[in-house]
Design a protein around this ligand. Structure first.
Ligand SMILES: Cc1cc2nc3c(=O)[nH]c(=O)nc-3n(C[C@H](O)[C@H](O)[C@H](O)COP(=O)(O)OP(=O)(O)OC[C@H]3O[C@@H](n4cnc5c(N)ncnc54)[C@H](O)[C@@H]3O)c2cc1C
Length: 292
């Protein structure tokens, strides 16, 4: 393990100031389940680690029916999965967050870290995208916001500039008859990285017979998690039917650009994209149909 200094920041300003002083050598730590592994393997270098778990806003988990969810970037997954309100209002987010690692990892790992690590296969990102989640970023110029679908720019890269860090995520309140779901394929039952992940959200009309709107996002099939815009737009105004769902899955599949690696071939990933999008849509529709 390389040597580095560690500090636990108490405020947003302190983090911004430390990151601005030596952007390349300073790294933010939320849970450390990616960062510590990467430092040990020499995949990242750091002279100073700034722990943000002590910053109140990075640790807040607050739901307001008018504002939606404010999810601090450093809130550990086990806290989110144990929150009755998040389970009730955002089961599609829980689908994804509960998959991250096992019990020990859940105790430390955060959604903010999952997003900032910018892995194409990160489980929380497609789920955040279909929920229209927005990143709240603090930096030398104050705060700015960015939609989650625009946050990752390449594998391991994101839009954060020198001096900036992710404070929290804002997830809008679900509209009436909204449902979302996320699922992934892995070759074993747990503790593996997605071969393909798929998230979907839908808003249905009063009769639950027509799509008002939809969003579909895929993981592990492109350099960054992918919002399949055309597939979601195709569903708007269409009847809820097996044929329409299959066509949306085909359009999303066409948008995927997978590679072959040790986890699976490009052909297998293409095939899985359509299967998982169809199943994620069915899950989202089932939840939206139950919503009063
Ligand atoms: C055994 C094991 C199993 C795993 N299983 C899964 C899995 O099933 N699915 C999955 O998606 N991932 C998995 N992971 C990866 C990892 O646990 C997740 O990506 C986790 O959510 C990362 O969160 P963290 O808080 O630990 O991030 P950290 O390790 O603290 O940070 C990750 C990266 O983001 C940066 N960062 C962290 N917080 C901020 C911030 N607030 N602002 C700016 N930059 C920040 C760090 O500098 C670092 O580069 C697994 C890891 C292990 C070790």
């Amino acid at each position: 393990m390389q040597e580095f200094s560690y500090t636990k920041a108490k405020s947003e300003e302190e983090v911004v100031s430390l990151l601005s002083s030596d952007g390349d050598g300073v790294r933010v730590l939320s849970g450390g389940t990616d960062l510590i592994v990467q430092l040990r393997e020499g995949r990242r270098r750091a002279s100073l680690i700034v722990d943000v778990k002590g910053i109140p806003e990075a640790n807040a988990l607050v739901y307001d029916p008018a504002e939606g969810l404010r999810l601090g970037a450093a809130v550990a997954c086990h806290r989110i999965c144990g929150d009755a309100t998040v389970n009730q209002v955002y089961p599609g987010l829980i689908d994804a967050i509960s998959l991250i690692g096992g019990t020990a990892i859940q105790g430390r790992a955060s959604v903010g870290g999952n997003l900032c690590n910018a892995s194409p296969a990160a489980d929380s990102i497609p789920a955040l995208i279909v929920h229209r989640a927005v990143c709240i970023i603090a930096g030398p110029g104050g705060r700015r916001e960015a939609p989650v679908e625009a946050f990752c720019t390449a594998p391991g890269q994101n839009v954060l500039q020198r001096g900036e860090f992710l404070v929290a995520l804002r997830v809008p309140p679900p509209p009436p008859r909204f449902g979302a779901g996320y699922l992934r394929f892995i070759p074993r039952n747990e503790m593996d990285i997605a071969v393909v992940g798929a998230g979907a959200s839908v808003v249905l009309d009063q009769d639950r017979a027509t799509f008002v709107s939809a969003r579909i996002a895929l993981g592990a099939v492109a350099p960054t998690p992918l919002l399949a815009t055309e597939a979601g737009e195709y569903l708007a105004g269409k009847p809820v039917s097996a044929e329409v769902i299959a066509e949306a899955a085909r359009i999303a599949q066409a948008a995927s650009r997978p590679i072959s690696d040790m986890r699976g071939t490009a052909a297998q990933r293409k095939h899985l994209s359509a299967v998982l999008v169809r199943r994620a849509l069915e899950k989202a529709i089932e939840r939206a149909s139950r919503d009063e």
